[in-house]
Design a protein around this ligand. Structure first.
Ligand SMILES: CC(=O)[C@@H](O)[C@H](O)COP(=O)(O)O
Ligand SMILES: NCC(=O)COP(=O)(O)O
Length: 235
C-alpha cells in the first residue's frame, strides 16, 4: 500500500501556513504500515511543494513514488531529486482531480523519450493509464517498468456497474503482466471498495490517499478537541 499524502498538503495550502506538515504525515503513515509514500507534484503546486519532495527524499524509509506530468520542468526536478520511482500522470489545470489515464497511444514518441530519460537515470517509471488494451500495449512499447491502472471508473460506478469495471481492471492487469509490465492501481479507492481490487492477481501496489486522510480527520478530531481544551486550562 502506497499512502498518498497530497491531501494533507491541500489542507496546509488552504491557509498557506506550515501545518499540517505532510512530512510528519509520511512518518506516521510509515509507522502504521504504509509500504510506500506517494506525492503528486502538480504543475500548479496546489498541494505538494518542491520543498516537500526534497525533504521526503531524505526522510522516507520505505519508497517514495513521485507522481508528475511528463513535462520538461518536472523531468528536470525528478532527475535532481531522484525518487524511488516515478508515476507519469495526465494533468489539466482546471480539473478538481485526475480524470483518467494518460494517452500513451497518442503520444508514444514523447512518452518513450520521457520514460527513457528517467529510466536511464536509474528511476523506474510507471504510467498511469486506463485499463485499455491499446494503452497497455503502447505502455509496454515505451519500456516503462510499471503501469498504474486508473481505478476511478470502478470507484465511481454504481453498484450494478462495479463488477463490470472490476472485470475491466482484472483483464487489464492480466494483459499488462503478459506484456512484461508490473501492475499497480489507484484513484478513488475507499475502505468500502478496495478489497476486490486488492484481490486482482498480480496487483503489486495500491496507491490510496483521499479516503485515508478523510478518515484521519474524523477519527482524530475527538483527541484534537480534548487536547485544545487541556491547552486552554493548562497553568
Ligand atoms: C494521479 C492520482 O490519482 C493522484 O495523484 C491524485 O490526482 C491526487 O489527488 P489530486 O487529484 O487531488 O491532486
Ligand atoms: N495514484 C492514485 C493516488 O495516488 C491516490 O488517489 P486518491 O486515493 O487520493 O484518489
Amino acid at each position: 500500500m502506497g499512502v498518498n499524502i497530497d491531501h494533507i498538503a491541500t489542507l496546509r495550502q488552504a491557509r498557506r501556513t506550515v501545518e499540517p506538515d505532510p512530512i510528519a504525515g509520511a512518518v506516521i503513515a510509515e509507522l502504521a504500515g504504509a509500504d510506500g509514500i506517494t506525492v503528486h507534484l502538480r504543475e500548479d503546486r496546489r498541494h505538494i511543494q518542491e520543498r516537500d519532495v526534497r525533504l521526503l527524499r531524505e526522510t522516507v524509509r520505505t519508497h517514495l513514488n513521485l507522481e508528475m506530468a511528463p513535462t520538461d520542468e518536472m523531468v528536470t526536478i525528478a532527475l535532481e531529486i531522484k525518487p524511488d520511482y516515478i508515476t507519469l500522470v495526465p494533468e489539466r489545470r482546471e480539473e478538481v482531480t485526475t480524470e483518467g489515464g494518460l494517452d500513451i497511444v497518442g503520444q508514444i514518441e514523447r512518452m518513450t523519450k520521457v520514460v527513457g530519460q528517467l529510466q536511464d537515470a536509474g528511476i523506474p517509471v510507471s504510467l498511469f493509464i486506463d485499463a485499455n488494451p491499446a494503452q497497455i500495449e503502447a505502455s509496454a512499447r515505451t519500456k516503462a517498468v510499471f503501469v498504474e491502472l486508473h481505478t476511478g471508473c470502478y470507484a465511481d460506478a454504481c453498484t450494478e456497474q462495479q463488477d463490470k469495471e472490476l472485470e475491466v481492471l482484472s483483464a487489464g492487469s492480466k494483459l499488462a503482466l503478459d506484456a512484461g509490465l508490473r501492475v499497480n492501481a489507484g484513484h478513488g479507492l475507499t475502505y468500502w471498495n478496495v478489497y476486490p481490487v486488492a484481490c486482482i492477481e498480480g496487483m503489486e501496489e495500491l496507491n490510496i490517499g483521499h479516503t485515508i486522510i478523510s478518515r484521519a480527520v474524523l477519527v482524530g478530531l475527538e483527541r484534537a478537541v480534548r487536547e485544545m481544551k487541556q491547552a486552554m486550562l493548562a497553568t
